[in-house]
Design a protein around this ligand. Structure first.
Ligand code: MBD
Ligand code: FE
Length: 259
């Protein structure tokens, strides 16, 4: 950010908050409760969770405004750089031998906004396990479980095997949960896959994809679902699948304009 930009937005933020205090007759006790809440969020490691739940979708919408091709989505608080490169194809996400959850094939194609295939696109995929927990964030999960990088082929076609995540529930006993509780809101985000894509044509884009008909799709606590971010899903019944297991086939085609 340039110094001009900092002056403009920080001074307006200050004005906005001072006006807010006057408008609501915020008392000193309320002011201190608010600063204590932010400190509690930091101490609990939930500061980015709080901000991402309440504000990230609005900032992401600003970036998407006027864009041609696929939109971006909120990153959320649990991305970690440096996920392992998967061996393949075929690609399989890092998982425990007994990883719970319905098998999921996530596949599709990456093109330019004009439909030109983009070769060797880097995918950086991360999502929750069947208990709704993320590796390196929640305890007792192997490092990099359900986090991995792989590439599309020369035609932009990609495919990876993983498990279907459930809806994500914000921790009930932390400060963010206290805030949601006080507002009478539920604690859930719909089931989702997080992914960053990288290619010299479009740079780096962050997406997040949801399952059609999924619970909380219309009431995401982070208000981050957009129609354009819903996967094309086919449920493959056990008997019809080659290995006899039920699975989910989830397709998404990305079309990104240059950065
Ligand atoms: C998540 O997994 C998430 O994506 C967001 C935005 C907030 C909390 C947990
Ligand atoms: Fe998430």
């Amino acid at each position: 950010m340039t110094n001009d930009r900092v002056l403009t937005v920080v001074e307006d933020l200050e004005r906005t908050l001072v006006e807010f205090i006057r408008k609501h007759g915020i008392t000193h006790a309320e002011y201190r409760a608010a600063t204590d809440l932010i400190i509690a969020e930091v101490e609990a490691g939930e500061a980015s969770l709080l901000f991402d739940v309440f504000l990230e979708a609005a900032a992401t919408d600003m970036d998407n405004h006027g864009r041609t091709g696929s939109i971006e989505a909120i990153e959320g608080p649990f991305y970690l750089p440096g996920a392992p490169w998967l061996e393949g194809p075929p690609y399989v996400m890092p998982q425990r031998p007994d990883e719970a959850g319905v098998p999921l094939i996530f596949h599709g194609r990456v093109t330019s906004e004009t439909g030109r295939p983009l070769a060797e696109v880097e995918f950086d995929l991360w999502h929750a396990d069947a208990a709704g927990q993320y590796s390196q964030i929640h305890p007792n999960i192997p490092d990099w479980n359900l986090r991995g990088r792989f590439r599309s082929d020369a035609n932009g076609v990609f495919s990876v095997r993983t498990i279907a995540p459930p809806p994500y529930e914000i921790p009930k006993n932390g400060p963010t949960g206290t805030v949601l509780d006080a507002l009478g809101r539920h604690f859930f985000r719909p089931a989702h896959l997080h992914v960053k894509l990288r290619h010299e044509y479009f740079g780096e884009r962050t997406s997040q994809l949801y399952f059609p008909g999924g619970e909380y799709l219309d009431s995401d606590v982070a208000n981050a679902v957009r129609d354009e971010l819903v996967l094309d899903v086919t449920f493959v019944e056990g008997a019809a699948a080659a290995d006899g297991k039920s699975s989910v086939d989830a397709r998404y085609d990305f079309a990104f304009a240059p950065a």
